[in-house]
Design a protein around this ligand. Structure first.
Ligand code: ADP
Length: 473
């Protein structure tokens, strides 16, 4: 089976979030079970081609659109998976999608031209295979173009976050030579504009999202971001497959960035990590539980609940460490409280080494998300023996079980409000103070839960098989 996996970000070449992690580890897991996978992404200016050894293949592909003529040069790197990169000046900028002030205004042309180039390479026989797997809106026009051109290749659209749909003015139809016949409610049109992701949903042979709970949630108005009706219409081809994490990338036994490596049987070393971390960051020394938050500073991540309860959190017998960057409103708030409270450490940055120290040092990870398609942080945290305090939504509901239930190992709250959030934090603090033995056993237990790609890669494999055999209709 041959699969072309198209994504706008792939770790470690370029990453802004979980999509990059998945786009690295799923192709790798698929190739380990015998699937021949090629990935394709834009070659951004920020990708360090020297460091990774990414080289030109000499192959060029040209797309002529009303927006302009764009020639892409195909670059390549093999690391077990064959990675392809398409180079054009459109992507020669510092950021992937836009500056902190806002998205680039020509993202329709940037990613539209990229999709055209990928489809051209398929037509030309450069990419051969049975399946094209696209991810989020940036690559959603690929299935649209494949269907329109009548190419005999099956397509899967994965939704990693429905909030981002790639919505552009209707002139985009013209600019990208999409054809006005596609500009209607049954296709690309969305409230008078063009919606890339809607195109992917309508024209793909199957649609998947990254957890079973989120697959159900997005068919409701509350989580559907205006596309719930479309998703209900196509629910016969909608699937939820939980993401995994890469067990080689995330491993406390071998992680080079943490203070002291550990395994389930040397869990005592996790405490040592906390001691070093607390010293390094200037948090209160002593026997306090350490709560960490790692993630984009965005409304989705529920960070407002933390901000609302700041006064109470300052008084808790616990330490907190926040690592994140995102919307300027949140960046400013967290910069303004930096160094102000003795039990709250703040770093407004994207810092992977620091995130690893935090996963290793923490007793609890905070994830009070408003919604969460899958979430990787909670799985990484558990792999590092850190218990999770989270809102029961999306992938969090599929990976964390509340301690009050039989076999439970986390702290969940249901309603999205700061009182519920604070009381689950307090439950965790209380648990730390009164159940030290059980806490240690639970830390070992969560380290042993299988969040690897093993079972999920098989589920994708079966879905590809069903697509090839025409069983989804
Ligand atoms: P998202 O919605 O941002 O994709 P996920 O939970 O799916 O959230 O994935 C987040 C990934 O990004 C994890 O690997 C997490 O460790 C990483 N991450 C997020 N914010 C930061 C940060 N400020 N510094 C380092 N890593 C981060």
């Amino acid at each position: 089976m041959r699969v072309l996996f198209a994504s706008s970000e792939i770790y470690p070449f370029a990453k802004t979030g979980g999509l990059a992690d998945v786009s690295y580890s799923l192709p790798k897991a698929l190739s380990e079970i015998g699937v021949s996978v090629k990935t394709v992404m834009p070659l951004y200016g920020c990708v360090d081609t020297e460091k990774f050894g990414i080289r030109s293949t000499g192959r060029k592909v040209r797309v002529s659109l009303s927006a302009g003529d764009f020639e892409f040069e195909v670059y390549h790197l093999s690391d077990g998976v064959e990675h392809y990169f398409l180079k054009n000046f459109l992507f020669g900028r510092e950021y992937l999608y836009g500056t902190p002030e806002g998205d680039y205004p020509d993202n329709d042309v940037r990613f539209g031209a990229f999709c055209h180039a990928v489809v051209k390479l398929i037509e030309d026989g450069f990419f051969r295979g049975e399946i094209v797997h696209v991810n989020d809106w940036q690559t959603s026009l690929i299935p649209v173009l494949i269907k329109r051109k009548g190419l005999r290749i099956r397509t899967l659209q994965t939704i990693h976050n429905l909030a981002y749909q790639g919505v552009f003015p209707k002139e985009t139809v013209e600019r990208l030579n999409l054809g006005w016949e596609l500009f209607n409610m049954e296709a690309l049109e969305f409230w008078g504009k063009v919606n890339f992701l809607k195109g992917g949903i309508v024209f793909s042979d199957a649609v998947s999202t990254v957890s079973p709970t989120y697959a159900r949630e997005i068919t409701t108005p509350e989580f559907g971001f205006g596309l719930d009706g479309v998703l209900r219409k196509y629910s016969y081809k909608l699937f939820g497959i939980l993401n995994g994490i890469d067990y080689d990338v995330w491993n406390p036994e071998t992680d080079r960035y943490i203070y002291i490596n550990y395994t389930e049987s040397s869990i005592g070393n996790k405490e040592e990590n906390k001691r070093y971390f607390v010293k390094e960051t200037g948090l209160r020394e002593g026997d306090w539980p350490l709560f960490v938050f790692i993630g984009r500073l965005a409304k989705q991540k529920g960070i407002d609940l933390f901000m609302e309860k700041l006064n109470e959190i300052r008084e808790l017998p616990a330490n907190f460490a926040i690592l994140g960057t995102g919307d300027s409103y949140y960046n400013e708030f967290f910069n303004s409280i930096k160094g102000k409270y003795e039990n709250i450490f703040v770093e407004v940055a994207f810092d992977e080494p620091l995130s690893r120290k935090m996963y290793a040092s923490a007793d609890f990870l905070l994830m009070p998300s408003l919604y969460e398609p899958c979430g990787l942080n909670q799985m990484i945290a558990m792999r590092y023996g850190t218990l999770v305090v989270a809102r029961k939504t999306g992938g969090l509901a599929d990976t964390v079980r509340d301690i009050s239930e039989p076999g439970g190992y986390g702290f969940l709250f249901e309603e999205f409000n700061s009182d519920e959030f604070l009381s689950s934090v307090k439950r965790a603090v209380e648990f730390y103070r009164s159940n030290r033995e059980r806490l240690l056993r639970l830390k070992q237990f969560v380290m042993g839960i299988d969040f690897s790609w093993n079972s999920s890669a098989l589920k994708y494999f079966r879905l590809y098989e069903n697509l090839i055999e025409g069983r989804i209709r």
